[in-house]
Design a protein. Structure first.
Lengths: 286, 159
């Protein structure tokens, strides 16, 4: 363990000012959408208060991935046409892009790599949820996919300083990269991500996704299924090289995650083989 | 000025000197074929070993490599002057499940080599297997391939 690095990370994550921020509208909308009785007018009003987000949301609503054909020119119309959960996902894309769409040096990710990876994982996660007839969790799977690696944006600097130690530990102890992160730095990118979501006041389910996407078996029972969705989607995207960094494939695919979702051999192969299409779709919204 | 051309998953690109073809690989394979006389080269980024649907020839080793070869021939490249270098085919570090995808890296490597041999383009360098992702830079100026993996770089010059 490198105690100096550990202390530095501790001081960063305990100081909210040092963690990335997103527009407040994102948290408000996530909370509102959780309430089944919320009126779409109030949600539309709330989004419309943020002019920048509104412009970007409307652009995304009319992208090939989200569009239903007719041009959408107002947030209210967007909610009526696409549904409130879909619009919430779009607000999350528009709100988190600044934080995620940058180069992540410590992980050797060029500008845009982490962002496009998140979008691809989001699209694939939603596809897995729908494949398993769980439309009810498809939007959370999508949001979780976008932000699952947010911790990397903060911890990357320290990974850069300790990369050789981390990789040596992976080699000698035969442990996964994120376990080695934790061993060397005292924290892994999942924990740091969870702290960022706490700052953003995001709900527990999203925190669980960020916290356990590499080890879904450790997730609280209530969230095991949804975490497994993101775990599988993330694994498949990394295998296809989407957003793969210097942590490579030093990760594991959990068999209990596959069991949780009842995904068999041919499901997994089909999903993997669809990745080129997932990437084509992701480019439309990234 | 060299032009950078990014080659996505299940995509195939051909260009000539002084372009640079780049791709990023996990379990996929990047097949770089170069004609040393014409200084023309192509890179195919395959996802899976064997073709299952006829619509996306670029996705599979057994259809993408012949396609790459034919396209190069159409540009005037000849088999005698062509050599191949391959990279990728990494595996998940721990694949606890028994699903067949655990062997995808290995199977991709095997099939790629088989097809290259069938076509008769000699394989002069390979950087395959392991658990690392790879960034492949294929310089059409001289056919060299630079591979960045786990923070380290290697250059393969043989053509």
């Amino acid at each position: 363990m490198n105690s100096q690095i550990k202390q530095r990370i501790e001081s960063v994550i305990s100081n909210l000012d040092q963690l990335p921020s997103i527009p407040t509208v994102a948290t408000k909308i996530i909370t509102m959408v959780n309430n089944p009785d919320v009126s779409f007018k109030i949600v539309a009003e709330e989004i419309s208060k943020d002019q920048v987000i509104t412009t970007n949301v409307l652009k995304l609503c009319n992208s090939a991935y989200f569009s239903c054909g007719k041009e959408i020119t107002s947030i209210e119309r967007a909610i009526i046409t696409l549904g409130i959960k879909e619009v919430k996902d779009i607000v999350i894309i528009a709100s988190t892009k600044t934080v995620l769409n940058k180069s992540i040096l410590g992980y050797d990710l060029a500008k845009g790599d982490l962002w496009k990876h998140g979008i691809a994982v989001a699209v694939l996660s939603k596809k897995i949820a729908l494949l398993k007839k769980r439309k009810d969790i498809a939007d959370i799977a999508f949001t979780g996919g976008i932000i699952h690696d947010v911790g990397k944006t903060v911890i990357a600097l320290y990974v850069q300083n300790t990369f050789n130690e981390i990789l040596t530990l992976v080699d000698t102890e035969k442990i996964t990269f994120n376990l080695a992160e934790k061993e060397i730095m005292g924290f892994d990118h999942q924990e740091v991500g969870e702290k960022i979501l706490s700052k953003w006041n995001f709900p527990e389910v999203l925190k669980a996704i960020v916290m356990y996407h590499h080890n879904p078996d450790d997730a609280p029972d209530d969230f095991k299924k949804i975490v497994s969705v993101i775990h599988v989607a993330n694994t498949l995207c990394l295998m296809a090289g989407i957003g793969i960094g210097n942590d490579g494939l030093y990760h594991e695919l959990s068999s209990s995650a596959l069991q949780q979702l009842n995904l068999n051999d041919s499901d997994i192969e089909m999903l993997y083989s669809d990745i080129p299409d997932i990437v084509d779709v992701s480019i439309q919204i990234a | 000025m060299e032009t950078l051309i990014n080659v996505g998953v299940a995509k195939l690109e051909i260009s000539s000197r002084p372009s640079l073809l780049r791709t990023i690989l996990g379990s996929c394979i990047g097949i770089c074929i170069y004609d040393r006389k014409k200084k023309i080269g192509g890179l195919a980024h395959i996802l899976l070993p064997e073709k299952k649907d006829a619509s996306q020839l670029e996705k599979y080793a057994d259809s993408a490599i012949p396609l790459l070869f034919t396209k190069l021939q159409k540009k005037g490249c000849t088999k005698e002057n062509m050599t191949a270098k391959i990279a990728g085919g990494a595996s998940m570090f721990k694949f606890k499940s028994k699903v067949s995808l655990g062997k995808i890296g290995e199977n991709n490597i095997k099939k790629t080599k088989e097809i290259l041999e069938e076509i008769g383009v000699p394989l002069v360098a390979e950087d395959v297997g392991g658990n690392q992702g790879r960034v492949v830079n294929f310089f059409l100026e001289d056919g060299r391939v630079k591979i960045k993996a786990g923070g380290k770089e290697k250059v393969y010059y043989k053509i």
